[in-house]
Design a protein around this ligand. Structure first.
Ligand code: SAM
Length: 247
């Protein structure tokens, strides 16, 4: 099998993605820190600052953190709300959720999170049930992105907000060639060193390259029904935050 999406049918893509995250679940957090030099933490902090979850209110503030993996975005949201937000961490991969649920026991507000196995393309939640939907470095792994965005729109309440954090396309001359060299020559070998297999990381690099450009992805959010769609580049557009509202 080849991990590149061009040679992989849509139906098989999910199987490959699941294998990648099954294999790395226990070392996922370590790999994130190593491969991004810790920068993913700053991007996630910025995402949560943009969300600005309330610290108090007359009714619960419910967040769905989709493809939430080991729960680090959920932890940030709950801490930013000083224990007010209720976050459902949802992921298709039970191994990632298991690591997350274990880690959550040591959080400041462990009772504010729950962990639910689900496919972003077909959510087991009722219409209009969340105040916010967040997805960090997850949407590019989902085979049917447009369908997942439609589901996000469905489960959000009116006045609810979607925030998508994803790798993007570097647009700073000089940084782009550096970033490409890093992607090809550092990421797969580093993955092999830590997990024993470099191929999943080759997949990672390719999936980043194939993700739609910011204008196209913004169009997909609009297509799903989101209004006031906004794109904010992070670190020379290595990553980007997309925001939209269900009005
Ligand atoms: N949000 C976490 C973070 O930022 O560190 C985890 C991101 S990790 C790169 C991508 C996650 O997407 C994995 O945990 C994977 O299992 C999940 N995923 C892949 N396909 C999915 C799908 N169809 N539905 C839900 N989650 C999915």
């Amino acid at each position: 099998t080849h991990f590149g999406e061009q040679t992989v049918a849509l139906e098989d893509k999910q199987g490959l993605v699941n294998k990648v995250f099954h294999d790395v679940a226990d070392r996922y957090d370590l790999m994130n820190d190593l491969m991004s030099g810790g920068i993913h933490r700053i991007w996630k902090d910025a995402m949560v600052a943009d969300l600005a979850p309330p610290k108090t209110g007359s009714r619960p503030y419910k967040v769905l953190d989709m493809a939430g993996g080991t729960g680090d975005v959920a932890e940030r949201i709950i801490n930013a709300s000083v224990g007010y937000a209720e976050v459902v961490v949802s992921d298709i991969n039970s191994d990632m959720l298991r690591v997350g649920a274990e880690r959550a026991k040591a959080w400041r507000f462990p009772a504010q999170a729950s962990f639910v196995e689900a496919n972003a393309e077909e959510l087991p939640f009722p219409d209009n049930s969340f105040d916010a939907y967040t997805i960090a470095f997850g949407i590019r792994n989902v085979p049917r992105i447009q369908q997942a965005l439609g589901e996000a729109h469905r489960v959000l309440k009116r006045g609810g907000r979607i925030l998508v954090l994803e790798f993007s396309q570097v647009d700073v001359p000089g940084l782009d060639s550096l970033y490409n060299a890093f992607s090809d020559r550092v990421i797969p070998p580093m993955g092999k060193m830590v997990t024993g297999d470099g191929q999943p990381y080759q997949y990672l690099v390719e999936s980043i390259r194939k993700f739609p450009s910011p204008p196209i992805f913004s169009g997909m959010l609009a297509e799903a029904g989101f209004k006031r769609v906004k794109h904010t580049p992070y670190t020379g557009n290595i990553a980007a935050l997309f925001s939209g509202w269900k009005i």
